[in-house]
Design a protein around this ligand. Structure first.
Ligand code: KG4
Ligand code: ZN
Length: 388
């Protein structure tokens, strides 16, 4: 269906970490309520660039975003069949993330907002990860809910009254869940990024072979820690003596350690999610972030939600790992008048409840009507020079 007076086509840009992504999202023209739909979603992963270093190198990430951002936006527009001139707004993730990486996306978004004279919306990447659940279940209101973001940089529980009212309840005090996956995969010599590789290695292993620690399980705080778990894995492999060399690991041991590590991490997250649900009385649980792609975590959360019972919302895998479609949260922001000015800056650190969310003054905006496309959501084909 073509864009009309009741709808608005928005370009969303995502460059918080190591994915350069753009999406075209069509939603009800603000302030009309309703859940938007994704017309196209293009993600250029930088995994191949960071793999040799075993983790994301910020300088490399920023330079790759700079090279890729324009072709990625062009692809998103072409796949949606939407012309640049027909965009009604542009949204960009400005927090949290790597400073240099965020600046690339923000600069692109500002240029488009200024030249096209359309509103600019600054989105919070973590709120966007949770809003992906609403995109995945457009018929069901998912708020109020307990929001859990499990990603490479965060493992955080939020009390979400609405898409834009997320109060941090607590989370990890050290490593994020994805970071723990990545570090343990490196110890096991599996490569980067660690999450999918550990998940695959764990399939043949015994999750009870090693009794790894589950942090804060008998503590009323909404807190988690994964650094002790990572050290326990190191000791299991090499022994407690730091001077011991790392032994050669056989496949059976890798599988058992991977399965036991994954089980311990999943146990800790599921236990804390149950506690947070009990303490808040919330009846809905929404999960976002790259680690939400983990099959064992999804399975355990599904069982837990059925047993409690609470409603569980987990997006499909393509909406868990970083992508620009999570910029759809710009629609409720536009409806609330939350647009940004061109002097907008990035906020690399997590905005905690004691620091008020940056507010932006409302701006009037109008966008022309436009003709529609064959909507679809997709990633860059594997043979493209932009994919990895
Ligand atoms: O949300 P995301 O794409 O980027 C950040 O915002 O951080 O999350 C990336 C993290 C990485 O640490 C990666 O290892 C982890 O998500 N991840 C997984 C899986 N797929 C990605 N962790 C466990 N199991 C997976 N299947
Ligand atoms: Zn993310």
């Amino acid at each position: 269906m073509p864009q009309n007076d009741d709808t608005l086509d928005l370009l969303a840009i995502e460059t918080t970490c190591d994915e350069t992504a753009a999406a075209i999202i069509r939603g009800p023209r603000p302030p009309r309520p309703g859940v938007p739909t994704i017309l196209s979603s293009v993600v250029a992963s930088q995994v191949d660039l960071h793999q040799p270093f075993g983790g994301v190198v910020p300088e490399i990430a920023s330079r790759a975003h700079t090279q890729r951002i324009v072709p990625i936006i062009d692809q998103a527009l072409a796949r949606a069949g939407v012309a640049l001139a027909d965009l009604g707004a542009v949204a960009v993730a400005t927090r949290p993330g790597l400073a240099g990486a965020l600046v690339v996306g923000l600069t692109a978004a500002k240029c488009l907002a200024a030249t096209l004279e359309i509103p600019l919306v600054a989105i919070d990447h973590l709120e966007g990860h949770l809003y992906a659940c609403q995109l995945a279940y457009p018929e069901t209101p998912i708020y109020p809910c307990l929001g859990l973001v499990v990603s490479g940089g965060h493992t955080s529980f939020f009390h979400c009254e609405s898409p834009l009212e997320a109060t941090l309840l607590g989370g990890t005090i050290d490593d994020a869940a994805g970071e723990a996956f990545d570090k343990v995969a490196s110890l096991l010599g599996l490569g980067y990024p660690g999450g999918p590789l550990i998940e695959r290695a764990a399939r043949g292993g015994n999750p009870r072979a090693y009794d790894f620690p589950r942090s804060f399980q008998h503590d009323e705080r909404i807190a988690l820690s994964f650094s002790g778990l990572k050290t326990a894995v190191l000791y299991a492999l090499r022994g407690p003596n730091a001077h011991n060399p790392m032994p050669t690991l056989d496949q059976a041991m890798i599988a058992d350690v991977a399965a036991s590590f994954q089980e311990a991490l999943v146990d800790a997250i599921v236990g804390k999610a149950k506690q947070a649900l009990r303490q808040t009385g919330l009846q809905r649980l929404a999960i976002g972030g790259g680690v939400a792609a983990n099959a064992r975590l999804r399975e355990r959360l599904t069982e837990t939600a059925r047993d409690l019972p609470v409603e569980l919302y987990i997006p499909p895998l393509s909406l868990c790992t970083d992508n620009a479609a999570l910029g759809a949260i710009a629609f409720p922001m536009l409806a609330a008048g939350l647009t940004a000015d061109l002097d907008l800056d990035v906020t690399p650190g997590l905005v905690r409840p004691s620091q008020p969310r940056p507010k932006h003054p409302p701006r009037a905006h109008h966008a022309p009507a436009q003709t529609d496309p064959n909507a679809h959501s997709t990633s860059i084909p594997s043979d493209s020079p932009l994919s990895s």
